[in-house]
Design a protein around this ligand. Structure first.
Ligand SMILES: *Cc1c(COP(=O)(O)O)cnc(C)c1O
Length: 352
């Protein structure tokens, strides 16, 4: 069998939810399990997140899966219905739904039972949501709808993980929201951790549950979060390069002095980022080294020059325990979210 495997720790997932609970305070937690639970497997994640207050997903299909698993807790559709034809399923599955635009408001009469609506306002991210300038008008309209049983006000932050922070959006949103007396949901992981005043009634937590830090300057370990997924493989070949020889497609790595390379059974078809440059961190036998040259479809090369003990069969950690996925993501010019979500279906998963 190919040695590549993703170890997923259900204990770590449950631990991270407990950490999240401390940060969330009195607020209820939606565990965000969209994108196959950020690549960790929907069913598996739901099993480990039994103590959550609710789940948030993207599609009616994911929500139906949750109900089939016997989940009776609240389930929120993060972008609401995409088609009017989904309204009947939303009713049958007893889902909460975001409503972010006028087209969705028109579909609400198709619900076969009164709905809990998460009315989303655009406080500055300019992605989804009614403009704040229409707050009173939209709210009055929705309050009068017979098919709306409850309303929670919602917004989403663009810079909760950055120096700019959330104040510029939060005051804009909160000033209006408070006048309504309605429940509020605003915080994602970054806001929940860094801006506790935004926690309010429901927080929507994704990345921190999977053990990655939403911040570039604070590690997951510093937040007491444990990596849930560890992507592990082995060295399957060793190459001794003379000075002036190259390795990999395009020979983008050229040895300036004699070098010892390990070839690892992991490539971009497994979800390892092809754009990770030479120098991306990797662990061999638990010791830190770096990738060399281009990532191939099924393999990549690592530097063994300073690891004489490493050989065919030596263990390799691409990310996870001992090597935060955020670090690999940063080296590859992306974020942990993308690497986690991109784990390929061909990678076998072992629960630990
Ligand atoms: C995905 C998502 C979240 C979760 O964000 P994290 O940064 O992973 O905590 C929260 N809210 C909305 C609307 C989302 O789409």
């Amino acid at each position: 069998m190919r040695p590549l495997v993703a170890h997923i720790s259900l204990d770590a997932l449950a631990h991270n939810l407990r950490v999240a609970r401390k940060h969330a305070g009195q607020s209820k937690i939606f565990s965000v399990v969209k994108a196959n639970a950020y690549g960790h497997g929907l069913t598996r994640a739901v099993r480990a997140l039994g103590h959550t207050d609710g789940f948030a997903v993207l599609t009616v299909e994911e929500a139906a899966n949750l109900r089939q698993m016997g989940v009776e807790k609240p389930v929120l559709l993060l972008e609401g219905p995409f088609q009017p034809g989904e309204m009947s399923s939303i009713s049958e599955l007893d889902l909460m739904a975001v409503v972010h635009g006028d087209h969705q408001l028109e579909w609400l009469h198709l619900a076969t039972q009164p709905l809990h609506v998460f009315l989303k306002f655009n406080s500055g991210m300019n992605r989804l949501g009614f403009p704040m300038a229409r707050f009173e008008e939209v709210l009055e309209h929705v309050r009068a709808m017979r098919n709306v049983a409850r309303i929670t006000l919602m917004t989403h932050f663009a810079t909760a993980d950055e120096a700019l922070g959330i104040d510029w959006q939060w005051t804009r949103f909160l000033d209006k929201a408070l006048t309504s007396g309605l429940p509020i949901s605003a915080a994602n992981s970054a806001a929940c951790l860094n801006h506790p005043e935004t926690r309010k009634d429901w927080v929507r937590l994704g990345i921190m549950l999977y053990g990655a830090s939403p911040f570039s300057d604070v590690t997951a370990a510093e937040l007491d979060l444990r990596p849930v997924l560890t992507l592990q493989s082995e060295i399957i070949a060793v190459q001794q390069l003379k000075a002036g020889e190259g390795a990999g497609y395009g020979l983008t790595f050229m040895a300036e002095e004699p070098a010892r390379l390990g070839i690892v059974a992991c490539g971009y078809a497994d979800g390892y980022p092809r754009h990770a440059p030479s120098g991306t961190p990797v662990l061999v036998n638990g010791r830190r080294t770096r990738t060399l040259g281009r990532v191939s479809m099924d393999m990549l090369a690592v530097d063994l020059s300073r690891l004489p003990g490493a050989d065919i069969g030596s263990s390799v950690t691409l990310w996870g325990e001992g090597l935060p996925v955020e670090e690999v993501a940063r080296a590859a010019g992306t974020i942990s979210y993308e690497l986690l979500c991109a784990l390929a279906p061909r990678v076998p998963i072992v629960e630990i």
